[in-house]
Ligand binder design. Structure first.
Ligand code: G
Ligand code: G
Ligand code: MN
Ligand code: NA
Length: 249
């Protein structure tokens, strides 16, 4: 596991960095928070995207310190931007990590950040093996004041069953469903159904991977609250997100 030992070293040597991708409220065109996304800085100044290392890391104990780093950096961001909210991605292991869950409210308390400013994104993979325990943990996160969203919605197994039992606050619809929205009636019908379900259950709903104006308009007309995607902004480093403003529609 060369990758894991290299990343462990990288974490120690401050090679990990958070990029931030804004979320846009489709009704107003305003930013309504951002998602923290890991990058691994390389010696040549380039970055490795998390898709290339996180799937491996998520199955090792290294995920605990990596996620603590992500939370800590996000808290620093929120201290500088008290009007913002940040979404952080939790791996399956994080959800079942008692020490992390115990420390989480202490970390926020110490930073002086209201948990309502932090959204925790979990994937359906976290729910498959132990849905009952997942329900309890999500409930605990909620009672601490965190927002908890289901990420990559629609791509896993029996998504709708989870919605019945879990005390979630939001759904993020996977970009696979946004991809053909402007060409395919079936894609639109499917998306409309998911948006309706989210709205009916009072869940915030975010469409991922919005890449053009037409997709954004279709989603807005469907009642989809929020969107994220290259149309609005790519994930960007801290010094850029500071000054980023949505362009006028
Ligand atoms: O940025 P990119 O498209 O390469 O992200 C790929 C995947 O990596 C996404 O599914 C994203 O959820 C995941 N990812 C990014 N940052 C984090 C993180 O801080 N923790 C975890 N567990 N996953 C992350
Ligand atoms: O699974 P998760 O939602 O955490 O993944 C977010 C990832 O999706 C980010 O790493 C980001 O780079 C990527 N992403 C964000 N917007 C777009 C987009 O408009 N198009 C594509 N292809 N990828 C996107
Ligand atoms: Mn995510
Ligand atoms: Na996602």
């Amino acid at each position: 596991m060369l990758l894991i030992s290299n990343l462990r070293k990288g974490l120690r040597n401050h090679e990990l960095e958070l990029f931030y991708q804004p979320k846009i409220c489709l009704e107003t065109g305003q930013s309504c928070g951002s998602e923290a996304l890991l990058r691994w800085r390389q010696a040549d100044g380039g970055h490795i995207a998390p898709g290339l290392f996180m799937p491996k890391v998520e199955n090792t104990t290294l995920i605990a310190p990596v996620t603590r780093f992500v939370v800590q950096q996000s808290l620093t961001f929120l201290q500088q931007h008290p009007e913002q909210t940040v979404s952080v991605n939790f791996a399956v292991r994080n959800l079942f990590d008692k020490e992390l869950l115990f420390d989480l409210p202490l970390m926020l308390d110490q930073a002086g950040i209201d948990p309502g400013q932090m959204e925790i994104e979990i994937t359906e993979r976290a729910l498959i093996n132990n849905p009952e325990l997942a329900r309890v943990i999500i409930g605990e996160l909620r009672s601490l004041g965190f927002q908890v969203s289901l990420d990559d919605f629609g791509t896993g197994y029996s998504s709708f069953a989870y919605l019945k039992h879990l005390p979630l606050t939001g759904l993020k619809i996977d970009r696979a469903f946004v991809k053909d929205l402007e060409h395919e009636p079936r894609a639109r019908q499917l998306m409309q159904c998911m948006v309706d379900v989210a709205n009916a259950l009072n869940l915030s709903v975010t469409a991922e991977g919005v890449e053009n104006e037409l997709q954004a308009r279709i989603l807005r007309d469907m009642g989809c609250q929020q969107a994220q995607g290259f149309l609005f902004a790519r994930p960007m480093p801290l010094d850029q997100i500071r000054n980023w403003r949505p362009r006028l529609q």
